[in-house]
Design a protein around this ligand. Structure first.
Ligand code: HEM
Length: 53
């Protein structure tokens, strides 16, 4: 699994949109991404991006 801690929040949000729309190849993230709204995705991405390790 790729590491998302500390990644750029804007990049995480874009990847999640692509998972939701099916544009980005996925095994499980397409289904996980569909479980979150855009606002929830942005909140999670901001938290992940703020983590140091
Ligand atoms: C139990 C929960 C999760 C599991 C098992 C999981 C698993 C995975 C896997 C296997 C991938 C590779 C793509 C694929 O095969 O689908 C991936 C990518 C990714 N996941 Fe998750 N994920 C989880 C939760 C999350 C959450 C909550 C977020 C953020 C909102 C997230 C954000 C991402 C992103 C941004 C990528 C792309 C990373 C990259 O390509 O650099 N994941 N995840």
């Amino acid at each position: 699994m790729p590491r998302v801690l500390g990644q750029d929040p804007a990049g995480i949000v874009i990847a999640m949109r692509e998972f939701r729309s099916g544009q980005r190849p996925a095994t499980v993230m397409d289904r996980i991404a569909k479980g979150f709204t855009e606002d929830e995705t942005q909140a999670i991405a901001a938290w992940l991006g703020a983590q140091k390790d």
